[in-house]
Design a protein around this ligand. Structure first.
Ligand SMILES: Nc1ncnc2c1ncn2[C@@H]1O[C@H](COP(=O)(O)OP(=O)(O)OP(=O)(O)O)[C@@H](O)[C@H]1O
Length: 882
């Protein structure tokens, strides 16, 4: 066995720290650098594009190493954390100059994807949630908690099923989940598949009693456990005050409009499916917020629209008031633009990483509050009164910062230059000493020039040699040697000191040093004073964020001509001239064709047919977005709108995404459909877009039909079902609450014209080949498709409807028609496919005859005919052909 190398004392210290953080990159402070060693260095140098060197290069066991300058550490930490890694930051805990022996070092923070607070401007409008999950075997319940470290938001919920957990986690877009050892492996694997970092934390280290100041309002024990686990993890990783964590608020996922993650994805609420960007999404349309906090709140409202009518109406009233008062709204917007991220500034104060510039931002934000309050006071207090009362100026903090901090402080809080003159008598004295010292140096320079006759003699300063008198070499002979003591030799000059200079230098440097350290103390004191007001700042920030979202709703309502929907409990949905707001914004108001959606207890299912590209999906999505906007409290894109309040939205739209791998598109389609069938209520909205197309035609059609029947007969949810199976349009004869609508298109000189208008009744055909033509497919191929189509149309039989409305049973009892038709189709397909291509216009009659003959031939049982009968039959066919 190779003898392990003996480690130097420093590497022993490194190793002891590293052993405590085996799963993190350890950034180890050495002077002006943070160094990575061993495997961290090898991997880190690749990710961070750093040069890999080694320590003890010439020894038998060189240690791989790479480093980053201490001032630039944030960028490097960000890169690693963005990639899903943890980074432990190990600082020097004492001044190396005064340390005896080895400098003490300790990890001051473990930065992880979920605990990162320095998220930069690009992420100002995004939350970064750290989540925690515990499982209680006795109650079979999960306790779920999530927090945002930069704002202090803390929420909890008690969850039962794993699908809801996954959904919550995906909706929050968490990057990290802390779990106790009771959470099952299957769930952990799913989290990992979703790209979420799973951090294990032993429970019980922080007791429920210890976090009671956060959990006072929670009743469920599992939720308290989840908070305790979360707090343990945050304390262990952040190693600092958590004064800004707000009291935990319990929520029930079902008290909001429920949309699963796939629906949010398919409806492009936050992310454009094609570009993966924000542009082209509902959020993009809705967001005219002026503050980062408003932007984040808007996102939260969009992820969780309301179901409580009073709460929705309260928001609507506020939007109406702001919409009706243009000038007040403009004044509010002007003031809001000048409000910085109060929420995150408060978080930085609590966290202790606030700097002078942050405090100036806080001051100027607080400076806007009286104006905002005044303008709000001009508006109807019944409507905006609750926000008005929450917006309380925190002017004591504003005055405090104003008295203490200069207008343009440096980023660093250790180099001085932050505190205003006049704030501290002691600091002023040091500054006087420094000022006088500089004055004295100027005088000394003048005196020495005169005394020596050297006009270019100058006094300078550098970090190594301190103050010096510099004389060029040609003038050296003029110097009186007795007073001048040489300090440094340069190529063209020599640097000297004198007893007088040394004395003043000591005074100046001491004043500088003391002034810096006093400034730091004063700054820390100031920070602690601001910290006392964190709750007030958080409350203010929350009210400002709400106001900002409401003004954003009012602004977009004006810009995009949205109307206030009226809400009813009668299940009546009457949207007149509704529009898809995002498609309309992109294509322009003039080009968009508005459409009505009329549904009530007599019309629960709309079966939508129409050519490809006619606007079926758009129509369906338009309704979902209208519902979401309405339940957020926003106005909606229509001429008028009456709507019920929906409890859930289910969608089966577009190609299934592959978030949970290992399942085919059709499987995911069926699973999503099943979610709707299992969980929808009469208050839900279901959108099924071309359900069944992922499998063989008749399987798909049979499933589509039985699903429609099931929804119609058992669920009674409002359902929009688009399909190209025209056979299904006869369902309206059997299903009383189903109505056919179609999106109009017309043919003009062989060209297809999309009307985008939704009209009553079923569409006559699909025009798929026309759309293929628009897409530019080769002409011969299209002619051929036409031939095949006609051949197929000649023979396809519709699926017979079951007699009874209990559709599942009927289908099970009568499988024969489906199979029979499927046979006919495959036979016809084969015949058509082996035909030679022909010019379909000139041969359509001939072709019909041929087809008929072929069909007859196919059905002819040769064994039951005599040769003569066969001869006669062939003769007749020939006649027909001629
Ligand atoms: N009401 C409308 N007014 C104007 N243009 C519209 C309207 N609805 C849809 N469109 C346009 O038509 C395009 C196709 O719409 P959509 O995807 O909804 O068609 P579809 O009927 O679902 O097609 P397919 O059956 O092929 O899936 C949209 O991208 C949009 O540009």
């Amino acid at each position: 066995m190779a003898k392990s190398p003996k480690l130097t004392p420093m590497m022993q210290q490194y190793q002891a720290v590293k052993d405590k953080y085996p799963d993190a990159f350890l950034m180890y402070r050495l002077g002006d650098f943070y160094e990575l060693f061993n495997e961290d260095a090898v991997k880190g140098s690749q990710i961070l594009e750093l040069t890999l060197t080694s320590r003890n290069r010439n020894s038998a066991h060189p240690i791989p190493m790479c480093g980053v300058p201490h001032r630039a550490i944030q960028n490097y930490v960000d890169i690693l954390v963005d990639r899903g890694y943890k980074v432990a930051i190990c600082e020097q805990m004492e001044d190396p100059k005064s340390a005896k022996g080895m400098v003490k070092r300790a990890v001051t923070q473990l930065v992880t994807p979920g605990t990162r607070t320095e998220t930069g401007v690009a992420n100002a409008k995004n939350n970064n949630y750290l989540t925690a999950l515990v499982y209680d075997h006795t109650s079979h319940q999960y306790g779920f908690a999530y927090a945002e470290l930069s704002t202090g938001e803390l929420k909890t919920s008690q969850l039962t099923d794993e699908a809801t957990i996954i959904n919550e986690i995906l909706s929050l877009q968490t990057k990290e989940i802390v779990v106790d050892d009771q959470v099952n492996d299957q769930l952990l694997t799913k989290f990992k598949q979703l790209g979420i970092l799973v951090s294990h934390q032993t429970s019980g280290q922080t007791t429920i009693a210890e976090v009671s100041y956060l959990t006072q309002d929670l009743t469920a024990n599992v939720e308290q456990q989840a908070v305790a686990l979360l707090v343990t993890y945050i304390t262990e990783t952040q190693k600092r005050d958590l004064a800004h964590l707000k009291k935990a608020v319990s929520y029930e996922p079902s008290s909001f409009l429920k949309m699963d993650h796939n629906s949010q994805y398919n409806l492009e609420l936050f992310q454009n499916i094609r570009t993966k960007k924000r542009s082209g999404t509902l959020l993009w349309l809705l967001d005219e917020t002026k503050t980062a906090m408003g932007g984040r709140k808007l996102k939260r409202w969009l992820a969780r629209p309301l179901i409580n009518q009073t709460a929705i109406v309260e928001r609507q009233n506020a939007v109406q008031e702001l919409l009706d008062h243009y000038f007040e709204r403009s004044e509010l917007q002007d003031a809001l633009v000048k409000v910085y991220d109060l929420e995150r500034l408060a978080g930085r104060v609590a966290f202790g990483n606030v700097n002078g510039r942050d405090l100036i931002q806080l001051k100027s934000s607080l400076g806007q509050i009286p104006q905002i309050k005044y303008t709000l006071g001009q508006l109807n207090p019944k409507v905006l009164g609750s926000i008005y009362s929450k917006i309380e100026p925190v002017d004591d903090i504003e005055r405090l910062i104003d008295a203490a901090v200069v207008e343009e402080p440096p980023i660093s809080i250790t180099d001085g230059g932050i505190i205003k003159d006049g704030y501290s008598h002691q600091l002023d004295q040091y500054r006087d000493a420094m000022q006088n010292g500089k004055q004295w140096l100027a005088e000394l320079e003048a005196r020495e020039r005169k005394a020596t006759g050297i006009n270019n003699l100058k006094i300078g300063y550098n970090h190594v040699f301190g103050y010096y008198i510099e004389v060029t070499k040609v003038n050296l002979s003029k110097l009186p040697r007795d007073r001048y003591e040489r300090k440094q030799t340069l190529t063209n000059a020599e640097r000297f000191s004198t007893p007088e200079l040394k004395e003043k230098e000591a005074l100046i440097l001491e004043a500088q040093e003391k002034s810096k350290s006093l400034e730091y103390d004063l700054f820390a004191e100031l920070r602690d004073q601001v910290k006392q007001s964190i709750q007030r700042l958080q409350k203010l920030a929350d009210a400002i964020a709400t106001l900002d979202v409401l003004q954003s709703f009012a602004s977009i309502s004006e810009e995009y001509r949205l109307v206030r929907p009226s809400l009813n409990a009668q299940h009546d949905l009457e949207i007149i001239d509704g529009r898809h707001p995002v498609v309309e914004k992109v294509m322009g108001h003039q080009s968009y064709v508005p459409n009505d959606v009329l549904m009530n207890p007599d019309t629960e299912v709309l079966l939508i047919t129409g050519p490809n590209m006619s606007g079926k999906s758009t129509y369906m999505r338009q309704l979902a977005l209208t519902v979401i906007m309405a339940q957020m409290g926003c106005f909606v894109p229509a001429k008028s709108a009456k709507m019920p309040i929906f409890d859930q939205i289910f969608t089966r739209i577009g190609a299934a995404d592959d978030l949970i791998s290992g399942e085919s598109t059709f499987m995911v389609e069926m699973k999503e459909s099943n979610q709707a069938l299992q969980k929808a209520t009469p208050n839900s909205l279901i959108l099924f877009d071309e359900l069944g197309r992922g499998t063989a035609t008749y399987d798909g059609m049979a499933l589509a039909q039985s699903i429609i029947e099931y929804v119609h007969n058992h669920i009674h949810a409002k359902t929009l079902f688009s399909t190209h199976y025209h056979e299904l349009t006869t369902l309206d004869q059997e299903l009383l609450h189903l109505k056919n609508v179609h999106v109009g298109a017309s043919e003009k000189n062989g060209e297809l014209v999309f009307l985008h208008k939704v009209e009553p009744g079923a569409a006559d055909k699909s025009y798929g080949i026309h759309v293929a033509k628009i897409a530019g497919l080769p002409a011969p191929l299209l002619s051929r498709a036409d031939v095949i189509l006609k051949a197929l149309e000649g023979e396809t039989k519709s699926v017979k409807l079951p007699e009874s409305k209990a559709a599942n049973e009927s289908l099970a009892a009568e499988p024969a028609p489906v199979e029979q038709s499927a046979d006919v189709l495959s036979q016809d397909q084969q015949l058509a496919l082996f035909d030679e291509p022909v010019d379909h216009k000139s041969t359509s009659k001939h072709q019909k005859n041929e087809q008929q003959i072929l069909n007859e031939l196919a059905k002819t049982d040769l064994m039951s005919l005599t040769p003569m009968e066969i001869m006669n039959q062939v003769y007749q066919w020939k006649q027909k052909l001629n």
